[in-house]
Design a protein around this ligand. Structure first.
Ligand code: HEC
Length: 144
């Protein structure tokens, strides 16, 4: 490799390293991104076991391809995505308002490949999925 080429390679490497940092800070959504209109929403189906059962059917149809059937973010469609589909088991349990917002509005607000489901799923169906998703998280499922 010529010195010029190795300099270019080094720059590319550094830019890659920086954009990885950026993704952690800026692209992966956080509670701070949740708009006020979503922040304090509560699931109307709290503790309703039937809702989680319906939510599982919807999850299996719409979400498994990226998030995987055990919620570990290892579905075949998500391979190579940056940021990757969230591993719900390892992640800390977000608020219900955050989960509802993320599924409804998708990754658009933060520039990720998480699809937006508004217009495809009714709000009630999104809440049913939220009921099911909560079961994946290892963290104590207290309502926040
Ligand atoms: C095409 C791939 C893809 C599909 C399909 C998909 N997701 Fe995602 N999802 C992602 C990616 C990538 C992220 C991580 C980036 C982000 O948070 O925006 C993500 C993040 C999330 C998060 C944020 C979790 C956290 O703790 O921050 C939730 C909740 C979520 N997805 C739920 C769903 C649900 C529910 C469905 C089905 C209705 C679904 N996703 C379908 C790719 C996908």
């Amino acid at each position: 490799m010529t010195p010029a080429r190795s300099a270019i390679a080094l720059v590319a490497l550094l830019v890659g390293a920086c954009s990885n940092e950026l993704y952690r800070e800026d692209i992966d959504g956080s509670e701070a991104d949740v708009p006020a209109s979503y922040r304090n929403l509560q699931n109307p189906y709290r503790d309703n076991v039937d809702a989680a059962t319906v939510g599982q059917i919807l999850y299996d149809a719409r979400c498994v391809s990226c998030h995987g059937d055990t919620g570990r973010g290892d579905g075949p469609q998500g391979v190579g995505m940056v940021p990757p589909p969230t591993d719900f088991v390892a992640a800390s349990l977000p608020t219900e308002g955050y989960l509802f917002w993320k599924i409804r509005e998708g990754g658009e607000p933060v520039g990720s490949e998480m699809p937006a489901y508004r217009g495809q799923l009714e709000d009630g169906q999104i809440w049913e999925i939220v009921s099911y998703l909560r079961l994946f998280y290892e963290e104590e499922p207290l309502y926040r």
